[in-house]
Design a binder for this molecule. Structure first.
Ligand code: SF4
Length: 350
């Protein structure tokens, strides 16, 4: 049953683990977030922080085995994790659509672009071929592909990288989706095409009133498109809040380090992030960021990931220094000025 008072998407306690030869690997560990209709929520963090696994868990794209997904993922009040597969198939790729990082890999090179859009449509709707063809050409036109009738007949290798990504977006729009999950959709594109695709997504979001869950490590992109940000690290949420709060008053030491990785005019960076992500088979006992954090104290090293504490209205950080019995002012002292240790990395280096 649909609950109109619910958020469009409400993720609670989402945990995704894999059985591997080295033992259990928990890629996503009890995360919560929501996406409302018409808003863009960006999941950000370094490669390996669990962002992609989290988004693929939403519509159960993770194979089981080896994956195990627990928690709750409510779409319009209905739990997608409890839903029988045939019912989920009516939602996946239609009401909830994915756009993947690399259209080169995501498209089937044995079939024409048009055939792939028609197939995506006819999986969900019983429409005759001629009508499906017309709608596919309309979609190609809507995503800004010139001469869409001709492109309909072409194979993916005949399209440029930007055209392929536009075609992938057209495929995602076959059901006028309520929720678009876009995983690094501009990473493989040059900056000019990237700007065009972001602008296209923005237009389509307004037109369809879609919620957008956007995965990226690129905070420059986040600054352009996000309403709210969820910062992930090593499978956990470190901080969440409105885009302006996160960019102007980042509360969590990891978020601050990420922001220092944004290149300034001229290409230089204020800093980087010392060290590397922890081994997901054997994460730290306390805060996951403790081995790399210059503000770590004894309380950070035991007891699991700290609870999220309110920093400002709507902004929360998972850091012991925001506990009522701790002194949060230590986080201000020189934290933005510290230089990374040798070997520090930026998100896109990983
Ligand atoms: S809890 Fe401790 S280790 Fe984690 S971010 Fe805060 S100060 Fe750093």
């Amino acid at each position: 049953m649909t609950d109109d008072a619910s958020p469009l998407l409400a993720v609670e306690g989402l945990t995704t683990a894999f059985d591997t030869d080295e033992g259990e690997l928990v890629a996503v560990d009890g995360i919560d977030f929501t996406v409302e209709a018409g808003e863009t929520v960006c999941l950000v963090g370094e490669s390996g922080s669990g962002k992609t696994v989290a988004t693929e868990s939403i519509t159960r794209l993770i194979g089981s085995p080896p994956g195990r997904i627990e928690g709750s993922v409510r779409y319009r009040g209905r739990d997608l994790l409890e839903m029988p597969e045939p019912e989920l198939r009516t939602i996946r790729g239609y009401d909830i659509a994915h756009v993947f990082q690399n259209p080169q890999e995501a498209m089937n090179h044995c079939y024409t672009v048009g055939w792939q859009i028609v197939e995506a449509l006819q999986i969900h709707e019983d429409v005759p071929d001629a009508e499906a063809r017309g709608r596919a050409i309309d979609l190609l036109d809507r995503v800004g592909i010139a001469n869409p009738s001709a492109r309909f007949e072409e194979y993916p290798h005949q399209l440029s990288g930007g055209q392929k990504q536009r075609a992938m977006i057209a495929m995602a729009l076959v059901g006028d989706p309520d929720l678009l999950i876009a995983d690094e959709p501009t990473t493989a594109l040059d900056v000019t095409v990237q700007a065009q695709i972001l602008s296209l997504l923005d237009e389509l979001q307004s037109e369809f009133d879609m919620g957008v869950l956007f995965v990226t490590h690129d905070l420059g992109v986040v600054a352009q498109i996000a309403d709210r940000i969820v910062v992930m690290y090593a499978g956990k949420v470190m901080e969440r809040g409105d885009v302006l709060d996160i960019f102007e008053r980042p509360a969590h030491p990891y978020t601050r380090r990420l922001l220092e990785c944004i290149p300034e005019v001229g290409g230089s960076r204020k800093g980087g992030i010392p060290g590397t992500l922890p081994d997901p088979h054997d994460p730290p006992a306390g805060c996951r960021f403790a081995p790399r954090c210059s503000h770590a104290v004894e309380a950070c090293r035991t007891g699991g990931q700290p609870a999220e504490h309110a920093v400002n209205p709507g902004q929360h950080a998972s850091c012991v220094h925001y506990r009522s019995d701790m002194d949060r002012s230590v986080l201000r002292d020189g934290s933005r000025e510290e230089q990374p240790a040798a070997g520090g990395v930026s998100p896109e280096d990983e």
